[in-house]
Design a protein. Structure first.
Length: 80
């Protein structure tokens, strides 16, 4: 079995209210030096057989249609 990881993040030009709230909370808790936080999602898919280019293309299609909203999110697909 192989693992494919899909990381999904809001596009950089969009506001991230959860990330902003986390950054403020860190400051209130005394953790200094963190100027920005972006919150995202990580999916780990266990797949049968080797992860070749065809399989990665299939995983990108899954990410584009099911795991991410391509209008507001970017994603990366990597074999682990």
């Amino acid at each position: 079995m192989a693992r494919v990881v899909v990381d999904v993040m809001l596009k950089p030009e969009l506001l991230d209210p959860q990330g902003q709230a986390l950054a403020k909370a860190l400051d209130r808790l005394g953790y200094t030096g963190v100027s920005s936080v972006r919150q995202g999602k990580r999916f780990e898919l266990e797949v049968d057989g080797p992860v070749d280019d065809r399989r990665l293309d299939e995983m990108r299609e899954i990410a584009d249609t099911l795991l991410a909203n391509p209008v507001i999110e970017d994603f990366t697909v990597t074999a682990d």
